[in-house]
Structure formats: structure tokens, C-alpha cells
Design a protein. Structure first.
Length: 360
């Protein structure tokens, strides 16, 4: 009897271990302009639970008219459709997460930028390439549902966790535009902020937005309910200077999932500056990086920070644990990456590109 019970316990333990989700980091390249020296071309997959070991390279399309790989502009996941999407300057690809096969690739008039998908996985807000509108897209077919005119330079996009609104960053404007997803029309806006808005993130309750803006080494905070700007925060102890890409000092910002900290990019000084995410937004520390960061996001569990310069950082200790490398031991860096968790061969959960707060 004792042997039978022991065997049963061992069996249950085995199945429980097998049922644990596998965690992978999907990194789309070329994710820094069209530079192939940061990981080549394709989606590179890393096993988060195995010290971010390189697993495989998924071949992708997304080419310039001359046949060379085009800049990746965004990456997003639909769990219900078991698909990952990659936008490039010219087109959008849908790829099956089980087979790694491209289901379709579609070009879009005026190009594509950094998109976001609804919580039910069925609808995408896809900005044109710094043009005047967003396309509302059917995630299954790639067909356009509606076009939303905004201002002049459509760019970054965050779909709300409730699915009721979409936050749209037109980088030619100091206003954050907010769309109603029931009607796919502009409903309101937040701001104005000190300058044109660049990367931004929101908290889980969706009552705060944290934005980077042109000509500011730091960030600003806005109230998403009233639309008012609440705070202007400057990085202390570091000077602004020229940057190689994006044109503004702080291009990239993210909340840790527990919303205790706010991590802000510093391109000129090649740093991440860490702040308390609560007023008065105390500056806590700075982390040196190997290259200019243009983006930062986090693992779902909040253990790891992923700047676009290729480091994997332990959030608790602030230590750089390793740098991502591909199958040829070349350094990998990208501004377009997302965590995907699997049970068996099916995707069951996905993170986000934007460092969105998860306290709801």
C-alpha cells in the first residue's frame, strides 16, 4: 500500500511538472532599423526558464522592394488564434505559434507601425507608418474593418486591458488620443504634454499614463480620466546629449508588472534610470548598458527587464545576468520582443511590448 501511494505521489508530481507553462521570449529582428548586425532576420526564440538559452530562429518575410529584410516595427500575440504578428515598414505577417508557419502576409497602404491587439485576440489597431491614420484590422483575416484619422504621425499603440479603449500616440502631437472600441472612433484625449509624445505606458487601473516626450531626459505623468498632466520628472545627475536613433533623449519607458517602479531609457548615456512609480517619483538608481536603449519591457512574472540593447536584467538585484545571443553566438538586440507561455504546443498566455502595469 505504501509503495502504491508513493508511486501515485511521484506520478502526480511528474504530471504537475509537465503541466507547468513553458516560458519563451520571442524577439523579432531586424528590430533596430534594418540593421542585420543585431541578430539577423526572423523571430529568435529564447527559453526564459533555461537562462534565456537560444532555442530556434523562425523564418519570416517582411522585405523591402529590393528583397532585403525590412525594419520590424511591432510584435503582438493573439492567444485565441494561436498566432504571433510582426509588422514591418510595408506589411503585416501572421505566424502560427505551433507550426511556426506564416499564415499570411499583407501589405498596407502607407505602411505599418507598432500595433496592439484586443484582449479577446480578434482585433488589432495597426498604425500607418507615421501617417495620419490607424487601421482597425481583423486579426484572423488581416482585413481592414475601419480607418481612424488622427493627426499626422501615427506611431505607438496600446489596447486597454478591458478592451474598451485604445491609447494612440501620434508623435507629431503633444496629445495622447483615446479611441472607443465599440465605435472605433476618437473619444477623448489626454494632455497636452510638454512636447510630442514618444513611447508611453499605462497602469493596470488605466487611470495613469507615463509618457516620454521629445527633448526631455525623463518622463511626464497624465491622468487618463480627466486628461490632465500631473507631473514632469527630469533625470538627475545625467546630461542630455546626441543620440544615434529616434532623436529624443528618453525613447522607452516601462512599469514593472507590480507597478512599484518605472524604468526609463537614456540613449545618450546608454543607461536605464529606475524611479519609484509613486509620487514624487523618486529616482532610485541607474543601470549601465552595452548599447543605446530605445525600448524596455518586462517578463510576465516581473523577474526580468529586457532593454532593447540585448541585456537580461534581474529586476530585484539590478544586475545584468547575460546578453542575448543567437545560434552563431552573435549579440541580439531588438526593440520588438514579447514573452509567450505554452502548455504543450499551444500558447496560453502572452506578455506585452509596452511594460504595462498589471495591478488591477
Amino acid at each position: 500500500m505504501k509503495k502504491s501511494i508513493l508511486y501515485l505521489l511521484l506520478l502526480l508530481s511528474f504530471f504537475a511538472a509537465g503541466a507547468q507553462n513553458k516560458q519563451y521570449l520571442y524577439v523579432a529582428t531586424p528590430g533596430i532599423r534594418d540593421y542585420l548586425g543585431y541578430g539577423g532576420h526572423g523571430i529568435l526564440v529564447f527559453d526564459i526558464n533555461e537562462h534565456h538559452r537560444f532555442v530556434k530562429r523562425i523564418p519570416t518575410k517582411g522585405l523591402h522592394p529590393d528583397g532585403t529584410p525590412s525594419n520590424v516595427k511591432g510584435i503582438a500575440v493573439s492567444i485565441p488564434l494561436n498566432s504571433i504578428y510582426v509588422s514591418t515598414l510595408e506589411s503585416l505577417q501572421r505566424i502560427d505559434l505551433t507550426t511556426d508557419k506564416i499564415i499570411w502576409e499583407k501589405p498596407f497602404e502607407k505602411g505599418c507601425d507598432r500595433m496592439s491587439i484586443s484582449p479577446d485576440g480578434l482585433t488589432m489597431y495597426l498604425p500607418s507608418l507615421e501617417n495620419t491614420f490607424w487601421n482597425v484590422v481583423d486579426c484572423k483575416t488581416g482585413n481592414i474593418i475601419k480607418k481612424i484619422e488622427v493627426y499626422k504621425r501615427a506611431h505607438n499603440t496600446i489596447y486597454s486591458a478591458t478592451g474598451n479603449q485604445v491609447y494612440m500616440d501620434d508623435i507629431g502631437s503633444p496629445w495622447l488620443y483615446i479611441a472607443d472600441t465599440k465605435t472605433h472612433t476618437l473619444a477623448r484625449k489626454a494632455g497636452p504634454f510638454a512636447n510630442n509624445i514618444r513611447p508611453f505606458t499605462v497602469n493596470g487601473k488605466e487611470d495613469r499614463v507615463y509618457v516620454t516626450v521629445d527633448s526631455l531626459l525623463g518622463f511626464e505623468v497624465g491622468d487618463l480620466k480627466t486628461g490632465a498632466k500631473l507631473a514632469h520628472v527630469v533625470v538627475e545627475g545625467w546630461e542630455m546629449g546626441p543620440v544615434r536613433r529616434h532623436g529624443n533623449p528618453s525613447h522607452g519607458i516601462g512599469l514593472t508588472p507590480d507597478e512599484k517602479e518605472l524604468w526609463v531609457c537614456d540613449g545618450h548615456n546608454m543607461r536605464l534610470h529606475v524611479f519609484s512609480a509613486k509620487p514624487p517619483y523618486q529616482q532610485l538608481t541607474t543601470i549601465p548598458l552595452q548599447d543605446m536603449p530605445g525600448w524596455v519591457t518586462f517578463s510576465i512574472d516581473g523577474k526580468y527587464a529586457y532593454p532593447s540593447s540585448g541585456e537580461v536584467i534581474d529586476v530585484k538585484t539590478r544586475k545584468v545576468l547575460l546578453t542575448l545571443t543567437d545560434e552563431f553566438n552573435n549579440s541580439v538586440a531588438s526593440e520588438k520582443m514579447v514573452e509567450v507561455q505554452f502548455s504543450g504546443n499551444k500558447a496560453v498566455r502572452a506578455g506585452n511590448q509596452f511594460g504595462i502595469g498589471q495591478v488591477r
